[in-house]
Write a protein that binds this ligand. Structure first.
Ligand code: NAD
Length: 343
């Protein structure tokens, strides 16, 4: 296999990251900082004290990126722009707040134009597996989704359609205007410093928290949304940041949506088994069939990423979940003690 063409910017390049007060954007700011980049501008609409992490030496701005002028300010002198900003959450959020999800189209629309006007060399967009045709995800024994499965389109209402439209913006900014764009379709990302409570959290964090709560409160039961047979794959955050970097800097992937996810398919029941094993608990499961549960099954087909980059996200779920569980447990005890935590 020929090595992919990967072009790293020089360490003085200005890297702009939208949504850096959140989980993945914050981790990406840290990743580039640790890689030696000197000029990173991190932006989020959340007030600075609410950011999940702030990396020393990184410029942090509180701006609403759904406003055009703010995007222009954010992208000034940018060499590379990474858009991780979106109004999003787990199934409970995206099934209930479709308008908010759709409105994230404003963020990408203004950010990509601002990046282009600023003469940025590369632009990254965080898409999602929710862009895939839902008709192909009705069976828990799902065939893994490959990149061409997004069309004919029947994306997740609201959130998924916003991702598809924003992907198209990225493609056209390359075809019509020559700006190099990169598009990764993330499949469930989890890890420390992510949302773990409050309604926007995703399954791995929610399940770890429920096991921790049950142990702490002496309860013997755990609530599971759906019947537990739904299947998914979960990607550890370190694989996500590494993948974003590789995809963005690979010229063979310009304007080409690509899966960025783990291919280790598990049922929600298995996820609960793992969290229980890590926490040393055994709980009676109470299945809540009226709660949002999303598609029946979804997995990432990694043929393309392996072919082009010679790599795929490979942190075993058991390993990543143990780190996530330990972090949430600490958050939980900190919160109980009245200390400031990430939610
Ligand atoms: P997150 O909610 O932790 O971070 C998103 C951040 O965007 C938040 O801090 C939020 O305040 C910020 N934001 C929202 N609207 C904004 C605005 N108008 N201006 C500025 N900032 C704004 O979510 P995340 O998990 O880090 O997700 C990052 C990206 O990855 C999103 O585009 C999301 O759709 C995508 N994605 C995430 C997952 C996942 O499993 N976490 C899966 C698929 C796709």
């Amino acid at each position: 296999m020929a090595a992919p063409q990967v072009n790293q910017p020089n360490p003085d390049a200005l890297i702009v990251i939208g949504g850096a007060g959140g989980f993945i954007g914050g981790a990406l700011a840290r990743y580039f900082h640790e890689k030696g980049f000197q000029r990173i501008r991190a932006i989020d609409k959340k007030p600075l004290p609410e950011w999940y992490q702030r990396v020393p030496g990184v410029e942090c701005l509180c701006l609403d990126l759904s406003e055009e002028l703010n995007c222009r300010h954010a992208c000034e002198d940018a060499t590379e722009v990474y858009n991780l900003a979106a109004d999003m959450g787990g199934m409970g959020f995206i099934e209930r707040f479709r308008v908010e999800c759709l409105r994230s189209v404003l963020i990408n629309t203004h950010m990509i134009e601002a990046a282009y006007r600023a003469g940025a060399e590369r632009y990254f967009f965080s898409s999602s597996a929710c862009a895939y045709n839902t008709e192909l995800q009705k069976d828990p024994n799902v065939r893994a989704l490959k990149e061409s499965d997004a069309y004919p389109a029947m994306a997740e209402r609201g959130y998924g359609w916003e991702k598809l439209v924003s992907e198209m913006f990225c493609q056209e900014y390359w075809y019509e205007r020559g700006m190099k764009t990169a598009i990764a379709r993330f499949h469930n990302v989890y890890g420390p410093l992510g949302t773990w409570d409050g309604g926007r959290e995703k399954a791995p964090a929610a399940i770890c928290r429920k096991v921790i709560e049950a142990k702490d409160q002496g309860r013997e039961t755990i609530d599971i949304w759906g019947d537990g047979t739904q299947t998914r794959s979960f990607m550890y955050i370190d694989d996500c940041t590494r993948g974003i970097d590789m995809i963005t800097h690979c010229d063979d992937l310009i304007a080409t949506p690509i899966n960025l996810g783990s291919s280790e398919l598990v049922s929600i029941n298995h996820l609960v088994d793992l969290a229980e094993e890590i926490g040393g608990a055994k709980l009676r499961r109470e299945y809540q069939l009226d709660k949002p549960q999303g598609v029946a099954g979804r997995n990432s087909d990694n043929t393309m990423i392996k072919q082009v980059l010679g790599w795929e996200p490979d942190t075993p779920l058991r390993e990543g979940l143990a780190k996530t569980y330990a972090w949430i447990e600490k958050q939980y005890t900190d919160r109980k003690a009245g200390k400031r935590t990430v939610i």
